[in-house]
Design a binder for this molecule. Structure first.
Ligand SMILES: [Zn+2]
Length: 465
């Protein structure tokens, strides 16, 4: 692996960004009102105030006057396949929404998931996201290579990716929520998870693709699968993810079925630890937060989805105060049709202030959750999430001198509180994947057409149209 700071120093082509407002989101929250970032190959070589130092092999020099440079945003919870089931079950709480949508999701195929993944990744990238996880957990029999299709789709667009091989094995006949045709056999799910890790997981520093083991939720997964997935993940050295404490109904389900709340249940099956992160964690008592903090268990908070499904507002300020790792998530777009991560910064701050008061979160704390907080949750804080020499060159360059943002006193506040900011450039691994608000590698019109066709096909397969 070598010394990160040395990599790319000799012979690498450089991109020099100058004259920008730079928010590094390093440990000291260092910002430069007029600063530079030098990228060499796929690494950040230098960052600081004023013009860039003299360097060789400059392939591109960018005058970023009027721009804000931040680390690329990190998305810590999503379901990419849901991009082709948006706008359904508009007025339901989680359990009713799931029961309405499961039969449609049980009809997905690898081809449909390719289109959905490109829609999901496009929305993320166009809103400043450079690294995303995807919680894939629906693998209907005969649906083809769903995870392979998603991985290919995202690689074509150029985003750093951390998909999960998720699973469900507790259907209605076993007291769970999903229909019987949407779940897998326990052993099959475990074998497929191990196979996905063996096939794709790249643990290297520069990795563009890591796999996570992710049984779906307490109400769709057997206790045996929860336990065995944790054993498997630790044997293979990958992370663990699931949904937890999302709604009051889930809490009631856990008390009825397991005789304890979700956090105590997770503890009982070996699911608290610094290699685990949970989606949502909305309904957490003081003891739950203490357990997460003590074990380093992370949280993906998803403000818009939690609002869409009327689940509540997570105790993000309390979690941060106690040292719980917290990242930001879009969640599946069947419960957050926007699919943008940039605007989640705003909703994170606003919803937490409505619920917990004016001092709940600052704009800079929101940006921290959306960048290095997410990197920590994904286990990648050494590599991404802040602008520091030696880290991977994942950078968002936001245009702040247009009609929507010019004159806002503080550029970080403009990004978090202002309108969705136009993105002039997104670098992932040193490669420009968004330029002037558009994807560089795949035609957006084609993605849109493929998504429309896939949505129609899936609706027909599910008998909705
Ligand atoms: Zn979810």
């Amino acid at each position: 692996m070598g010394n990160a700071a040395d990599r790319g120093a000799d012979g690498a082509e450089r991109i020099v960004i100058e004259n920008a407002y730079v928010a590094t989101v390093d440990a000291a929250d260092t910002e430069h009102a007029s600063g530079h970032v030098v990228v060499a190959g796929n690494r950040i070589e230098s960052v600081g105030a004023g013009p860039a130092p003299a360097v060789e092999n400059v392939a591109r020099r960018i005058d970023a006057g009027g721009h804000l440079v931040t680390p690329g945003l990190v998305n810590t919870h999503h379901h990419f396949y849901q991009w082709i089931t948006r706008g359904l079950a508009q007025d339901s709480i989680l359990f009713d929404w799931l029961v309405e949508l499961y039969p449609t999701w049980a009809q997905i195929t690898d081809e449909l998931c390719h289109a959905a993944a490109q829609g999901s990744a496009a929305a993320l990238m166009l809103s400043g996201c450079s690294t995303a996880m995807d919680h894939a957990y629906v693998f209907p029999r005969g649906a083809g290579d769903i995870l392979g299709a998603e991985i290919e789709a995202v690689a074509e667009l150029g985003m750093r990716f951390q998909p999960t091989r998720g699973s469900m094995d507790r259907s209605r006949k076993d007291g769970g929520l999903p229909p019987d045709n949407a779940v897998e056999d326990t052993d099959e799910a475990l074998a497929a998870t191990e196979a996905a890790i063996d096939r794709w997981h790249d643990p290297s520093f520069d990795s563009m693709l890591r796999i996570t083991a992710a049984p779906c939720s307490p109400f769709s997964v057997s206790t045996e699968l929860m336990r065995e997935a944790a054993v498997l993940a630790r044997r293979k050295g990958v992370r663990l993810h699931t949904h937890g404490s999302e709604t009051v109904e889930e809490e009631k389900f856990c008390h009825e079925l397991f005789g304890m709340g979700p956090t105590d249940y997770f503890e009982s099956v070996g699911w608290l630890g610094d290699d685990v992160w949970m989606a949502h964690s909305v309904h957490m008592n003081d003891s739950d937060i203490t357990k997460f903090a003590a074990t380093g268990t992370g949280v993906a908070t998803c403000p818009s989805s939690n609002a869409r499904l009327a689940a509540g507002v997570a105790r993000v300020p309390d979690m941060l105060r106690h040292g719980v790792p917290v990242g930001l998530g879009v969640d599946g777009t069947a419960s957050n049709e926007s699919g943008e991560l940039g605007t989640e910064l705003r909703n994170l701050l606003l919803f937490n202030r409505v619920q917990w008061g004016a001092d709940a979160l600052t704009a800079r704390q929101a940006l921290r959750v959306g960048t290095v907080g997410g990197a920590r949750v994904l286990g990648r804080e050494r590599e991404i999430g802040s602008i520091e020499p030696g880290k991977l060159a994942d950078l968002a360059v936001w245009k702040m001198d247009g009609v929507l943002h010019s004159g806002i006193a503080d550029k970080v506040a403009a990004l978090v509180l202002g309108a969705a900011a136009p993105l002039s450039l997104l670098l992932v691994n040193g490669v420009p994947v968004v330029e002037h608000g558009h994807l560089t590698r795949v035609d957006e019109t084609t993605i849109a057409a493929n998504v429309a066709a896939a949505s129609t096909t899936l609706a027909r397969r599910a008998g909705l149209a």
